[in-house]
Design a protein around this ligand. Structure first.
Ligand code: 5AD
Ligand code: SF4
Length: 489
């Protein structure tokens, strides 16, 4: 196929080499503004966003939606009515990428019925050199590609794509800035996400994220605190602090000694009922964080603590910077400081060269920790990462079998984690009716357990007391304790 010609003033493809760099000393903090001339470009038009992957992407989509609405676009649930259709993509594993390529094929006919529709790709896949080259060559239906570092420039790119009718490709591979004041259309009015940091400097050898999300950079504590206060004032009941490695928060500050523990300590005093955070890297968990979490209050008794493997050799080859024993010690410390804490994790099976014996270490560690949940994955090679160069002699069948054996233990952990609440009174933040029954309400406990119970929809958005009557593997059933229903204040 002939090389695609692009005449747009924006044609900047990603570079893996540049994405590896961590040279820049200072992080710029920008404030989002839209030019007045663009304020109406979406008037009378619709947008639709499809989001793949992690909570960071979900939250980015709230920013993209906020920008589009500021330009006058209105959300539509019907993709065939979209004038702007955005795919916010995930690059963490190959199957996540394949889903997006499949979607691009499926969506192609929409461009025939509505040739003026702008089909945009953003998120982690657009930060990958090989992916962008493939899209440019094989997916002519894509009009706009922008990256994770330049979401705030979306108004300009849309303007250019609409005026020039050329493909706009603008991906920044540098280390990334911080942009404040982005408008947001939040998906939920009870629970909200708040970014505390962006990027990742860990460079785990299997992971593409440090390349797609750039340098680790923390938002100013005052900006985080103000955002949490704003959400609290709007009636939000729960905030989840987001970062690829929240425990590294503040390590990049040049002018102050301030870490995640300090931030938690300040947030603890705010008038918001619940604070959660994700994701933690075990290497960066320190005593102050544990001691602060132990004070409970609005800090939930729940920690997602990705371990990836239970074997020291594999952990070393993954560049995880902790050992099986230091991880187990951290778990013991958390359990001692926060009695009853629920711990969940992420595990990869079939890392290149993983032997059956090494895998057995992961199984025994999972049993020893007693995880109450886990995301388990088969290793997926990511182009440009060190692990993709390692010899991988584990067969596909073996990898699948390891995943199956691991999931048996993990599923038992889910059930045990739920069983311990049998006949107990738990606090539930009610999110809405359950998927299958309008008369049944659903919500999560402090330990992040899903609870279903019969109640009037008036309890939605409140924190109520529920007596657990039945524990299943994936959820709990209970009865609303009426006289304690107004504990949300
Ligand atoms: N293959 C499989 N799983 C991966 N993860 C990250 N990179 C890969 C990969 N190349 C998993 C890790 C991480 C989670 C978000 O995704 O377990 O914690
Ligand atoms: Fe990827 Fe490791 Fe960073 Fe997590 S800590 S985003 S697994 S590189």
């Amino acid at each position: 196929m002939a090389e695609v010609k692009d005449y747009s003033k924006y044609f900047n493809k990603p570079s893996l080499k540049e994405a590896k760099s961590r040279k820049r000393l200072n992080v710029n903090i920008e404030t989002f503004t839209t030019a007045k001339s663009m304020a109406d470009i979406g008037k009378g038009k619709n947008y639709h966003i499809k989001t793949y992957g992690c909570q960071m992407n979900e939250h980015d989509s709230e920013g993209i939606a906020g920008i589009l609405e500021q330009l006058g676009y209105v959300v539509t649930a019907d993709e065939t009515l979209a004038d702007v259709l955005v795919l916010n993509t995930c690059a963490i594993r190959e199957n996540a990428e394949n889903r997006v390529f499949g979607e691009l094929g499926r969506l192609k006919p929409l461009k025939v019925t509505n040739p003026d529709m702008i089909l945009a790709i953003c998120g982690c896949m657009s930060q990958e050199e090989a992916v962008v080259n493939k899209i440019l060559k094989k997916y002519q239906q894509v009009d706009l590609i922008f990256g994770t570092h330049n979401i705030h420039r979306l108004p300009e790119y849309l303007h250019e794509a609409l005026i020039s009718k050329e493909r706009v490709v603008e991906v920044w591979s540098g280390e990334g800035d911080i942009v404040e004041n982005l408008p947001r259309r939040r998906a939920n009015s009870v629970k909200g996400w708040v970014n505390i940091m962006y990027g990742c400097d860990e460079f785990c050898t299997y992971c593409i994220v440090p390349y797609t999300r750039g340098k680790e950079r923390s938002r100013m504590p005052a900006d985080v605190i103000n955002e949490v206060k704003e959400l609290a004032a709007k009636g939000y009941q729960e905030v989840t602090l987001l970062g690829q490695n929240v425990n590294a928060y503040g390590k990049d500050f040049k002018d102050r000694d301030y870490t995640f523990g300090n931030l938690l300590e300040e947030l603890r005093h705010l008038d918001i009922p619940r604070i959660r955070f994700t994701t933690s890297h075990p290497h960066d968990f320190d005593e102050l964080m544990i001691a602060t979490l132990a004070k409970k209050g609005n800090l939930m008794e729940y920690v997602h603590l990705p371990v990836q493997s239970g074997n020291d050799t594999i952990l070393k080859r993954m560049n995880r910077r902790y050992t099986r024993e230091s991880y187990l010690q951290l778990v013991r410390d958390l359990k001692t400081a926060i009695p009853g804490v629920s711990i969940t994790t992420d595990i990869i099976v079939g890392f290149p060269g993983e032997t059956e014996e090494q895998f057995q270490d992961t199984l025994s560690l999972a049993k020893e920790v007693g995880y109450e949940g886990a995301y388990t994955f088969i290793y997926s090679p990511r182009e440009g990462t060190p692990a993709a160069q390692m010899e991988d002699d584990v067969t596909e069948a073996e990898k699948k079998d390891r995943l199956r054996r691991l999931n048996e233990i993990i599923n038992k952990g889910y059930l045990d984690g739920n069983m311990r609440f049998q006949d107990q009174l738990v606090e539930v933040l009610v999110e809405g009716p359950s998927k299958n029954d309008e008369t049944v309400m659903s919500g999560y406990t402090r330990h992040q357990k899903l609870v279903n119970f019969k109640a009037d929809p008036a309890v939605i958005g409140k924190i109520v007391q529920v007596k657990i009557t039945e524990a299943k593997t994936w959820h709990l059933f209970g009865e609303l304790v009426e006289n304690a229903s107004d504990t949300s204040a």
